[in-house]
Design a protein around this ligand. Structure first.
Ligand code: PGA
Length: 242
């Protein structure tokens, strides 16, 4: 795993965005694996800026998202589809038919089958990831056994609590989600994980030791042939990463 220590959040987002811009220049119809959360917002701003001044063209690019809340329609303002529209899709020339995101209100077995068929037929070129403070990637939560394929999953209390900042009432925070499995993530040709700030210290420490630990799912990325971790200086210092 390649580790890049950026000066700060903006610098890390610029460096991450450049990987997407380089990929698109090389392969205009690349399949981009995207993520939600606070972390990737700056990277998306960089991509929007690049599209605006002619450094990027998304007209033949394709995207797929890591996960979606179970029970939320794509029009719900906390759904990940809505997040993607607000933070990226509405501002670039990506075609709606080239966007794939799980449908949070589709029946479980149908949605799992639809998304599994998609991943079987469409290899991801570059998968973007954030990381939960508990080490989750997508909604692959710490567990004794990790799931390989796209699946429905219950969320841990820690994740529900971390996500509650986005919802007015705690009873509205989704308790379950659809997510790519760790196998789907590992099959991406390249993987980029962004982590900034001290709340991710414990998870990043585990990413940088020598163990693959299902209780910190992001540690599987050590086995990926082309994984990059971008962290900021503050997190690098807190986690003891040189
Ligand atoms: P964050 O979430 O980017 O909002 O910190 C990351 C995650 O939980 O995967």
């Amino acid at each position: 795993m390649k580790i890049i220590i950026a000066e700060n959040y903006e610098d890390g987002c610029k460096k991450g965005a450049q990987m997407f811009l380089d990929l698109l220049a090389r392969k205009p119809d690349a399949l981009l694996g995207l993520a939600t959360g606070d972390t990737p917002k700056g990277l998306y701003r960089e991509l929007i800026a690049a599209a605006g001044d002619g450094r990027a063209d998304f007209s033949t690019a394709r995207t797929v998202n890591l996960d979606e809340y179970f029970g939320l329609d794509g029009k719900h303002d906390q759904s990940y589809r809505y997040f993607m529209e607000q933070n990226l899709f509405n501002h670039i020339n990506l075609k709606p038919e080239n966007i794939t995101i799980a449908c949070g209100v589709a029946p479980k077995s149908e949605e799992e089958a639809r998304m599994r068929a998609f991943f079987d037929a469409n290899p991801i070129d570059l998968q973007l990831l954030g990381i939960g403070r508990n080490g989750h990637i997508g909604f692959n939560e710490p567990e004794a056994r990790l799931r390989s394929s796209f699946h429905y999953t219950a969320l841990t209390e820690d994740t529900i609590e971390a996500n509650s900042r986005m919802f007015k009432r705690s009873e509205d925070v989704p308790r379950a989600a659809y997510t790519m499995g760790v196998g789907d993530i590992m099959k991406a040709k390249s993987v980029l994980l962004l982590a900034f700030g001290p709340s991710k210290t414990e998870a990043v420490k585990k990413m940088c030791d020598d163990f693959v630990d299902p209780w910190c799912p992001a540690t599987v990325l050590k086995m990926h042939p082309d994984a990059t971790l971008i962290i900021d200086r503050e997190l690098a210092d807190a986690a003891g990463v040189k």
